[in-house]
Design a protein around this ligand. Structure first.
Ligand SMILES: NC(=O)c1ccc[n+]([C@@H]2O[C@H](COP(=O)([O-])OP(=O)(O)OC[C@H]3O[C@@H](n4cnc5c(N)ncnc54)[C@H](OP(=O)(O)O)[C@@H]3O)[C@@H](O)[C@H]2O)c1
Length: 283
């Protein structure tokens, strides 16, 4: 059985939708079954990563499991990831496909890349057969980088291979539906890397906006925009810009196509689809 966590979210939801539509039997493991009812899965069980017993009860030997990463501070993320992993180990699952981040490394500039690397290390050490699905920065994050028409931040000339969450969901589905991915690491990126200036130019060209980029050290307004916990996660946003400056997020690969059969979409599709959100960044 394929088990999808995070199915009430964007990436897990897309993976679940594609698998269910293609006739694969899927068990969803979510915090609130009501929120996943529309997906029409064969089974929906409830469990929070922080409750390993509940998670272990929901997993069976031989299951192929998508483990979403949790958007938390460094310590909280590791605590809950470790609890989930303990449960997956107990249950003797056949594959754990973990949603990681490009350039996951303990010495990365980006704080979240450090906790992703530490999670990958825990998974390797656990002996559970793994697949690491490292994603680039989501295209949906681009509007968070502009405020009143300006991205004033210390990104330097670094570039970002903005990636679509729909494409990641499709790659997750591919990694679980097809065989031979155990022990492998994939980098799920967009098809091109753009600097902030080039990102602004792309949006302006498609929508007629006048967004601009300025490389500055003082960037208070953008530090907390759109964060789930602005106080605790401010430093992660700060490190995100310095990480881009250090070119940690510019990798471009063909891995989305390899796993899903469909090439990664450029940011243009997202810009046109979320036109209103991007127009609002202009004001
Ligand atoms: N690459 C990037 O640019 C980027 C940006 C932001 C985040 N991320 C990471 O990518 C992950 C997936 O992205 P997404 O867009 O699919 O996120 P999303 O739409 O926010 O979905 C997150 C999912 O995780 C579930 N979840 C949260 N805490 C949980 C817990 N303690 N136990 C069990 N499930 C829990 C949520 O369930 P509920 O519906 O119950 O809340 C939801 O289904 C994020 O969680 C984050 O770690 C990456």
């Amino acid at each position: 059985m394929i088990v999808i966590t995070g199915a009430t979210g964007h990436v897990g939801g897309e993976a679940a939708r594609l698998l269910i539509e293609s006739g694969v039997e899927v068990r969803l493991l979510v915090r609130d079954a009501q929120k996943a009812a529309h997906l029409g899965a064969a089974e929906v069980l409830e469990g929070d990563f922080a409750d390993p017993q509940r998670i272990a009860d929901a997993l069976n030997p031989g299951d192929r499991v998508f483990m979403v990463s949790l958007y938390e501070t460094h310590d909280e993320r590791l605590r809950k990831h470790s609890a989930f992993l303990e449960a997956a180990g107990q249950a003797d699952v056949a594959q754990l496909a973990y949603l990681s981040f490009v350039n996951a490394a303990v010495d990365a500039v980006f704080i979240h890349s450090v906790s992703h690397a530490e999670t990958e290390d825990m998974i390797r050490e656990s002996g559970v057969p793994f697949t690491f699905l490292r994603t680039g920065l989501y295209q949906s994050g681009a509007p968070l980088m502009f405020d009143k028409g300006l991205c004033a931040a210390p990104g330097g000339n670094g570039s970002v291979s903005w990636v679509s969450r729909r494409d990641i969901g499709a790659a997750v589905a591919g990694a679980l539906r097809t065989t031979g991915h155990e022990g492998k690491t994939y980098n799920l990126t967009g098809p091109e890397a753009l600097t902030f200036g080039q990102t602004a130019d792309r949006i302006n060209g498609l929508l007629g906006t006048k967004l601009a980029y300025e490389d500055v050290d003082d960037f208070d307004r953008l530090l907390t925009k759109g964060l789930p916990d602005p106080v605790a996660m401010k430093e992660s946003r700060r490190s995100c810009f310095y990480s881009i400056r250090a070119d940690e997020m510019s990798l471009v690969t063909n891995d989305i196509r390899q796993l899903s059969g469909v090439p990664a979409a450029p940011i243009d599709r997202h810009i046109l689809h979320y036109r209103e959100q991007l127009l609002a960044c202009n004001r």
